[in-house]
Design a protein around this ligand. Structure first.
Ligand code: G3I
Length: 328
């Protein structure tokens, strides 16, 4: 895929199983030229205990991506869900501490990988799950208010002025209230000189997510002039309510007709991205894992589904060829 695409094609991998799996590595090297860490670069792994950075896995990932000439994308700096318990406890005891912690965490982390990590999801999922408004069930919002979002961008930019800095979220391609709130926030940032350089559409979509809605939100987002990243793509047949365990099993097996329809949806998504996002704003398409064996969807929502382009036996599905043709 990397050879047919005009922009980087990535996949999220969890390094520890990945680094022990030669077949997965072979496929990853063959198809992708951008690497996102599925979990390894989140705060709960980078600073599991107070004051102690653990960069060992990220260093190993960096070495791997450099050896294989891949772009390393940093996921993520500030996310309510990857904030380790010790940070939440300490912030509640001493609210003044959180802002200085955020600054030193971002400065040290982004500074260490300055010019090696190409771009970062600076703030992930800072908005409510549904509809408009900031996410309130976040220690960052609770203690610092909405200003933590722009502060994080300033700290990241100061630590690496060349890094491409993203606001990343889910459902913004289909929940128009959420999308509009996000666009207002981003345009306000641009107007006030907050150093944001991109919008990440996670793009965990369903087969029934309308193509027209995806096209119009991507086009409107591109009108900001920022980089647009499809950062966590997968396409499910079933449904979920965005909470852990909140899956609704509608389809229990994968039929050839479903595979064909999914191939078409992957094709459509690539074509929409290529046609509505100007080429100099195409930061790339990243898949959130590329095989159904390792997909996060099954354990997270407790449902069976087939959201990716490779099957459980690491064979390409029709979806793979759909995406490939869409990129071509
Ligand atoms: O590794 C442990 C394992 O030892 C243990 O037995 C098992 C029991 O729960 O947990 C395993 O860790 C899990 C880890 O994924 C690796 O599979 C964690 O519990 C689980 O919380 C973690 O979930 C990840 C989730 O983010 C939270 O960090 C998912 O893999 C990962 O796919 C998901 O990714 C997010 C993006 O970062 C942001 N956008 C949405 C996306 C999907 O939720």
């Amino acid at each position: 895929m990397r050879t047919v695409s005009n922009f980087p094609i990535g996949a999220a991998m969890r390094f520890l199983p990945f680094s022990d799996d030669p077949e997965l590595q072979r496929l990853q090297k063959h198809h992708f030229d951008s690497y996102t860490a599925g979990n390894d670069m989140k705060m709960y792994n980078i600073m599991p205990k107070e004051g102690v950075f653990d960069f060992s896995v990220t260093d190993a990932i960096l070495e791997y991506t450099q050896e294989n000439d891949q772009r390393l994308f940093g996921h993520n700096l500030i996310w309510h869900s990857s904030t380790p318990p010790w940070v939440k406890e300490k912030a509640r005891e001493n609210p003044d501490w959180l802002s200085s912690f955020m600054k030193s965490y971002i400065s040290t982390y982004v500074g260490r990988y300055r010019s090696f990590v190409h771009g970062w999801d600076v703030v992930n999922e800072g908005l409510r799950t549904k509809g408009s408004g900031y996410r309130e069930d976040s220690i960052w919002y609770e203690v610092l208010g909405s200003r933590y979002i722009e502060q994080a961008f300033f700290y990241a930019h100061e630590a690496d002025p060349q890094a491409v800095l993203f606001y990343n979220d889910f459902n913004i391609e289909r929940d128009l209230e959420k999308f509009n709130f996000m666009i207002d926030m981003v345009e306000d940032f641009i107007e006030r000189g907050v150093p944001i350089s991109g919008i990440g559409f996670q793009m965990h979509i369903r087969m029934d997510t309308p193509n027209g809605v995806i096209a119009s939100t991507l086009q409107r987002a591109a009108a900001t002039g920022l980089q647009i990243h499809l950062s966590e793509v997968d396409i499910i047949f079933n449904r979920h309510d965005d909470t852990r365990g909140g899956g609704l099993q509608i389809r229990t097996s994968l039929t050839p007709e479903m595979e064909k329809a999914q191939a078409q949806k992957y094709y459509d998504l690539a074509m929409i991205y290529r046609s509505v996002v100007p080429s100099d704003q195409q930061y790339g398409i990243t898949l959130w894992g590329f095989n159904d064996r390792d997909t996060w969807i099954r354990p997270f929502f407790g449902i069976q589904d087939w959201p990716t382009i490779y099957d459980e036996r690491l064979q390409p599905k029709p979806a793979f060829f759909g995406l490939l043709n869409g990129l071509r």
